[in-house]
Write a protein that binds this ligand. Structure first.
Ligand code: SIN
Length: 339
C-alpha cells in the first residue's frame, strides 16, 4: 500500500455554507481529518495520515505557511516518510503555492495540490472527487518522478502552467500554454491515470530554504491599462519594492511614460520584470521593448503572480544580476546550480 500524507491548509474544500446568505459560505472550517474521513474508499487507495498545517481561506495564504509546508515536505522526502503528499488548499492562490513549492522542493516525490469550487456541504460539492483524484495521483507509481502537481476536475497540471480561469465554475483551472500534463478518472485501476508528457528532467538543486526569511522581499505587481500613468511605479519604488512585475499590455508593454518610470526604477536598483495581463502566450526579450538598453527582464511564460514568486525567491537567494535573473526566468524556475 503506498503511503500518502495529506497536509491540510483550508480553502473552500474545507468550507461550509453560511446560513446568512443563499450562496454564501465560509472557507477553512472543516479539518483535514474530517475531509479525509468524508471521502468513501480513500483508505483503499493509500495508507493515509493527515496533518493540519493551517485552516485559512487562500486569500490569506501567507509566506509563513508556504515556508511551513516546504520545511515539512522536505523532511517527509528526506526521511522517506511517504510515497506522496497531498495538499488541500483554497483555489484562489493555489497556483502560487504550487509554483513556490515547485521551486523549493527537490524533483521527484509527487506533491499534489487540490481544492474545490463548492464547499464541502454543498449538494454538488466537488471536493471529495478532487481529493480522491489527488490521492490517486500522489499514490501512483506513474507519478514517482513528477514532483509538484495540481489536480483539479480530473486534470493533472504543471505548476508552471496552471492558472485559475473561472471565478465560480467547477472546471476552474487550465494550462493555457501546453494543456494539462495528464488526466485522472475515478476508476480503481492503474489505467485511471494517464500522463501525456514524459517525466520531467531532474533538477536536483532547487532554491535553498535556509536563506528564505519571511516576509520575503517586497515585489509589487503593477497592472497596465489604457491611459495608465506612472504614479504606481514611483510609489512602489518609494515604498521599498526590490522588484516590480509589470502585468503589461500584449507582449509585456506599457505606455512610454510608464516605461520611462520603470527605467528610473532600474537605476534605483529595482529589478523590473515584464510579464503580461494577456491570459496566454509568452513575453520574450527585445520584441517591442528594448530590454537590453532598459535593463529589464522578460517573464517568458510565467504569469505576473508566478513571476513575482520567482523574483522573491531569486532575491532571497542573492540572485539579482539581470542576466542571472533572466536565466531563471528562461528556465521558469530556480537555476539548477542554485541549491
Ligand atoms: C479560497 O481560495 O480559499 C477560497 C476559494 C476557493 O477555495 O475556491
Amino acid at each position: 500500500m503506498p503511503r500518502v500524507i495529506v497536509l491540510a491548509t483550508g480553502g473552500t474544500i474545507a468550507g461550509r455554507a453560511d446560513p446568512r446568505s443563499a450562496h454564501g459560505y465560509n472557507a477553512g472550517c472543516t479539518s483535514g481529518a474530517q475531509l479525509v474521513a468524508s471521502v468513501p474508499g480513500l483508505d483503499r487507495l493509500a495508507e493515509l495520515s493527515v496533518e493540519q498545517i493551517a485552516n485559512v481561506a487562500s486569500q490569506d495564504m501567507s509566506e509563513a505557511i508556504w515556508l511551513a509546508l516546504a520545511v515539512r515536505i522536505r523532511r517527509i522526502i528526506e526521511c522517506g516518510q511517504a510515497d506522496g503528499v497531498v495538499i488541500t488548499h483554497g483555489t484562489d492562490t493555489l497556483e502560487e503555492t504550487a509554483f513556490f513549492l515547485h521551486n523549493v522542493l527537490p524533483a521527484g516525490t509527487p506533491v499534489v495540490l487540490t481544492g474545490a469550487m463548492r464547499p464541502g456541504d454543498a449538494p454538488d460539492a466537488d471536493g471529495p472527487a478532487n481529493l480522491r483524484a489527488a490521492v490517486q495521483v500522489a499514490a501512483s507509481p506513474l507519478s514517482r518522478r513528477r514532483g509538484v502537481l495540481v489536480v483539479m476536475h480530473g486534470a493533472i497540471h504543471d505548476p508552471r502552467q496552471v492558472v485559475k480561469i473561472h471565478t465560480t465554475a467547477a472546471p476552474a483551472f487550465a494550462s493555457p500554454g501546453g494543456g494539462p500534463l495528464g488526466i485522472v478518472n475515478p476508476a480503481d485501476d492503474p489505467a485511471a491515470i494517464r500522463y501525456f508528457a514524459p517525466d520531467p528532467a531532474e533538477c536536483a538543486a532547487p532554491f535553498a530554504l535556509s536563506p528564505i526569511i519571511v516576509p520575503l522581499s517586497r515585489v509589487a505587481i503593477v497592472y497596465a491599462h489604457a491611459g495608465m500613468d506612472a504614479a504606481c511605479i514611483s510609489y512602489a519604488a518609494r515604498d521599498g519594492a526590490r522588484g516590480i512585475v509589470l502585468a503589461g499590455l500584449g507582449n509585456g508593454n506599457a505606455p512610454q511614460t510608464v516605461l520611462t518610470a520603470l527605467v528610473r526604477a532600474v537605476r534605483q536598483s529595482v529589478i523590473v520584470v515584464r510579464a503580461t495581463r494577456v491570459p496566454a502566450g509568452r513575453v520574450d526579450r527585445n520584441v517591442e521593448v528594448d530590454d537590453d538598453s532598459n535593463g529589464f527582464v522578460a517573464a517568458g511564460a510565467l504569469t505576473p503572480q508566478k513571476a513575482r514568486v520567482l523574483l522573491q525567491l531569486l532575491i532571497a537567494n542573492g540572485i539579482t544580476a539581470p542576466d542571472a535573473v533572466q536565466q531563471a526566468f528562461n528556465a521558469g524556475r530556480a537555476p539548477c546550480d542554485s541549491g
